[in-house]
Design a protein around this ligand. Structure first.
Ligand SMILES: Cc1c2[nH]c(c1CCC(=O)O)Cc1[nH]c(c(CCC(=O)O)c1C)Cc1[nH]c(c(CCC(=O)O)c1C)Cc1[nH]c(c(C)c1CCC(=O)O)C2
Length: 364
């Protein structure tokens, strides 16, 4: 194991493990991204996946929000993308400016799993650049805040690999689920095996917390979620923790974010994750009543509130903190990624209010 600088702010790790905190910690999904002019300047020079594959650039960008919002963020998240796993499997993925991800040759029929995808993926060979970026970033952070690693959930990755990009209906991916359920499960298992190896590698490289982004969970009915998502995200938590334990290594807190899967809260609080990240359609009181303190909750302000004026942002943050409670089992975040046209000053108002109101409510 590499020797890393001593961690000075462990609020988020304590909150994730259910310990008391002086105030609720905060970070922002997609905090290193297009809303920051310093990120856009880098993107004028470099292609998206070139940045992901160049540890020095990924480190620099991961640190951008940490430096801009000096002392206001309680975690950094490694700059990368969930789609590096489909790339590791052998698919070409491009990031089209302003349009998002594009697969020129996606999976079309089940036989493609055998002809278009690598039989075996060695994560060190294919994704070693992410591990290097994590180790480099953890050192560059110099203990300021913990570093979060991440992966996409198997169903979300499968859907991208078949749709070939974003989609409003996911009809192509769902055609697989309902026409070729056996082959779909085989593909989901293949992706899951890589997710497990990749997360373990990220933790060994220095990730101090990890998040699974099942961003398209809510596109499935509760019945289908239990068949095509839940078993795989469950395996990820189980096997990552079991393997680290077997190797005598400490695990790190794990967060599951199933966007839109409000119906799955009960199941999600029983499958080995420490934290559940919520989108804004879930009422905090409802989430607390269902999860009953078994997990830490993270979230969940509507990212569009950051388009409101400063006073509206402050009011919404206060309401959210009062509803979740700030001293225990809560991490503040948005309900989904920060939007690319948000004013970075509004994000600052959000962060400052979280600090101010969090301390105030804890000292009551
Ligand atoms: C579905 C998904 C993807 N990527 C991701 C998800 C899960 C979270 C979610 O649901 O939003 C996760 C992700 N993508 C990115 C990060 C980096 C770390 C961070 O959060 O700051 C993380 C955690 C960088 C990125 N990933 C992407 C950008 C913008 C790319 C650009 O510069 O053109 C960044 C900074 C591109 C991307 N990557 C993806 C899409 C749909 C897009 C285009 C839309 C968008 O820009 O938000 C796939």
């Amino acid at each position: 194991m590499t020797d890393f600088p001593l961690l000075k702010n462990d609020l988020i790790l304590r909150a994730a493990l259910g310990k008391k905190t002086e105030r609720a910690p905060v970070w922002i999904m997609r905090q290193a991204g297009r809303y920051l002019p310093e990120f856009r300047a880098m993107r004028e020079k470099y292609d998206f996946f070139t940045i992901c594959r160049t540890p020095k650039l990924a480190t620099l960008i991961t640190l951008q929000p940490i430096e801009r919002y000096d002392g206001l963020l309680d975690a950094a998240i490694i700059f990368s993308d969930i789609l590096v796993i489909p790339q590791a499997l052998g698919l070409v993925v491009e990031m089209l400016p302003g349009q998002g991800p594009h697969f020129p040759d996606p999976l079309k029929v089940p036989q493609d799993v055998d002809t278009k995808l690598r039989k075996h993926v060695d994560v060190h060979e294919e994704l070693g650049y992410v591990f290097e970026a994590i180790t480099m970033t953890r050192k560059a952070l110099n203990g300021r805040v913990p570093l979060i690693g991440f992966i996409g959930g198997p169903w979300t990755l499968m859907a991208y690999m078949i749709e070939g990009g974003g989609s409003s209906t996911l009809s192509k991916a769902k055609t697989w689920l309902f026409s070729y359920p056996k082959e779909s499960k085989r593909l989901l298992q293949k992706i899951t095996d890589i997710c497990i190896d990749f997360l373990i590698g990220q933790i060994k490289a220095g990730a101090q917390m990890v998040q699974v982004f099942e961003s398209w969970g809510g596109e499935l009915s509760p019945y289908d979620f239990n068949i095509f998502s839940l078993p795989y995200i469950t395996q990820i938590a189980d096997k990552v923790k079991a393997q680290l334990k077997q190797e005598g290594m400490e695990s790190v807190p794990m967060t599951i974010f199933c966007k839109g899967s409000w119906y799955a809260l009960e199941s999600l609080s029983n499958i080995g994750y420490d934290t559940i990240s919520l989108d804004w359609t879930i009422d905090p009181a409802h989430a607390k009543a269902i999860t009953k303190g078994r997990v830490t909750l993270q979230g969940n302000m509507d990212p569009n509130v950051l388009y409101g004026d400063h006073e509206e942002i402050r009011i919404t943050v206060r309401r959210m903190l009062e509803a979740f409670g700030t001293g225990e089992k809560y991490i503040v975040n948005l309900g989904h990624g920060i939007l690319p046209t948000v004013d970075p000053e509004n994000a600052k108002v959000f962060l400052e209010t979280v600090h101010k109101v969090g301390l105030e409510l804890n000292n009551k």
